[in-house]
Write a protein that binds this ligand. Structure first.
Ligand code: FES
Length: 273
């Protein structure tokens, strides 16, 4: 069993949980995910690892309550236990030879961008972080990001935090002002990753996106997370979730996501982790 040692409410629909899972914590790297199951009758749901602490043996997950299982998880309290917490799964991100990186997080994608920024920062790489949310009350991880970023820009679509704009506009401005990034990492809604990739392609800056399509089994068997990259079929759960943003077929990914959202119900939860 895996104990919930900390629970925090980050915004009205997003919660953080720190789970005691020493084996996962020992091996976890940014970009990887876990699959949890609350009890025997529960579904298996994948979630990206938002943080880990090897000394304490804990792994942090951040999730939005979008269906039956995540709502049930959100109702659990500190001290409660869940049955399964399997991982780390997926391919870890690699950052060798980089000097300056822009990390872009959109909405809940910020929870996945955070471990990336943290790792880059720990390697002595200069990190500019740009995170965007629809409104001020949806902002998450601002303080945490500030600690691991050389520069942090927090923008809202409606300007309610005093900084109005889209992450692509902010990134464009940083590049125009002379920031020479070796790499841009963009994590968030597919449309955002598409726009960022289009922008960086124009500037010739390598871009990694984290594709978190609907995952069902997380083992490459169900095909639920299929995407097309450079004309080839890939499975986000085993080949990713990180892919070259200049090669991903975002339009297809958006069509598939819409198809699944249509099928999504309170009964059966499919998840965009
Ligand atoms: Fe089933 Fe990736 S989640 S193949």
């Amino acid at each position: 069993m895996y104990k919930i040692v900390r629970k925090e409410i980050l915004n009205p629909s997003v919660k953080l949980m720190e789970i005691e899972a020493p084996y996962v914590a020992k091996k976890a790297e940014p970009g990887q995910f876990i699959i949890f199951r609350i009890d025997e009758a529960g579904e298996r749901i994948p979630l990206t690892i938002a943080d880990f602490n090897r000394e304490k043996g804990t792994v942090t997950i951040i999730f939005q309550e979008v269906g039956k299982t995540t709502k049930r998880l959100g109702q659990l309290a500190e001290g409660d236990e869940i049955l399964d917490f399997v991982g780390p799964l997926g391919v870890a991100s690699h950052f060798e030879g980089l000097k300056k990186v822009a990390v872009i997080g959109g909405g809940l994608g910020t929870a996945i961008a955070y471990p990336q920024a943290k790792k880059l920062h720990s390697l002595g790489i200069e990190v500019d972080t740009i995170i965007g949310f629809r409104t001020q009350d949806l902002i998450i991880l601002e303080d945490e990001m500030a600690v691991v970023s050389d520069r942090l820009i927090v923008a809202t679509d409606d300007g309610s935090n005093g900084h109005q704009g889209f992450v692509t506009d902010m990134l464009d401005k940083c590049i125009a002002d002379g920031a020479d990034y070796d790499l841009v990492i963009a994590i968030g809604p597919i449309i955002m990753m598409k726009m960022v990739s289009q922008l960086t392609k124009k500037y010739g800056i390598k871009t990694i996106v984290s594709m978190n399509p609907v995952m069902v089994d997380g083992t490459g068997m169900c095909g639920g997370c299929r995407i097309t990259v450079d004309g080839e079929i890939k499975f986000a759960c085993v080949d990713g979730p990180d892919f070259d943003g200049h090669l991903v077929d975002f339009d297809e990914a958006m069509r598939r996501q819409m198809m699944y959202q249509f099928e999504e119900s309170e009964q059966k939860e499919t998840h965009h982790c």
